[in-house]
Design a protein around this ligand. Structure first.
Ligand SMILES: *Cc1c(COP(=O)(O)O)cnc(C)c1O
Length: 253
């Protein structure tokens, strides 16, 4: 057993216990392994331990890993873009990822739909919601999320799957849960307004290494765990840095 397979087992245990604590079926919570800054060997170890869905924040870094892993005898993997999407990178996201979780601008949503290759299924997307304020933070405001989500749902080459959010770190379970409940309220409000024929709106992407229990209590169906699986991240000087990810995501986990 490698450290990564031990860690994965520990995280799966935390998910199972969190589900038991709130009487949820653990099959209703998927695990996304957040692999930013880790190389292909680390990901391959996770794949060998049964993990197939990976979240990446930086597009070029992700493409390098996808290419490297595709050359190895591994099962098909699912790739989620969980970092900000600049318009000059949207075509790469549309072409190479299965999911984009960080939609918060109509223009980027439009481009992703136009750029999704015809031979691929629609790109699965989540609307990113800013549930704890901060005008400079990514994500749409809660009171604008329903209109934005309805517009995304109309784009032909996107499939609106749900809502994601990245609240700032909070010290205790109750505070974490409360802020995650706001994202769930947005999810419920969107679900109530989607046209009857809309399928697959089933994903509430909430919770990271430090707060996955509170996220599951609030209804998360997809937890995004990085350091809890791969260990602490180290950024080479001059490369994409902690500035472009949640302020708390580098706490040792
Ligand atoms: C880095 C990151 C994570 C994982 O954070 P950990 O604290 O390492 O589990 C989850 N979601 C997003 C959007 C991230 O950028």
């Amino acid at each position: 057993m490698t450290m990564i397979s031990d860690n994965l087992q520990a995280i799966r245990g935390r998910i199972a216990r969190a589900c038991a604590a709130c009487a949820r079926d653990p099959a209703g919570v998927r695990l996304l392994a957040v692999s930013k800054t880790f190389g292909p060997d680390a990901l391959a170890q996770a794949v060998q331990a049964g993990q197939h869905a990976f979240g990446e924040n930086y597009i070029q870094e992700a493409l390098d890993k996808m290419g490297e892993l595709a050359r190895r005898p591994l099962p098909a993997l699912q790739w989620h873009c969980i970092g900000p999407i600049q318009s000059n990178k949207s075509a790469l996201v549309a072409r190479h990822f299965d999911w984009a979780q960080t939609l918060d601008r109509p223009r980027i949503a439009q481009r992703l739909s136009e750029q999704r290759p015809a031979e691929l299924p629609p790109l699965c997307v989540c609307v990113q919601v800013n549930v704890d304020g901060g005008a400079t933070k990514s994500g749409v405001a809660a009171d604008e999320a329903v209109e934005f989500a309805l517009a995304v749902a109309r784009l032909p080459r996107l499939q609106l799957r749900g809502v994601m959010s990245i609240p700032d770190a909070l010290p205790d379970f109750d505070a974490q849960r409360q802020v995650h409940e706001r994202a769930r309220a947005v999810f419920d409000a969107i679900a109530a307004r989607l046209p009857a024929g809309h399928t697959g709106f089933d994903t509430l992407s909430l919770g990271m290494t430090a707060d996955l229990e509170a996220a599951i209590a609030a209804g998360s169906t997809l937890v995004r765990v990085g350091s809890g699986i791969f260990g602490a991240r180290h950024y080479p000087a001059g490369q994409a840095s902690a500035q472009t990810e949640p302020a708390h995501a580098d706490a040792p986990g």
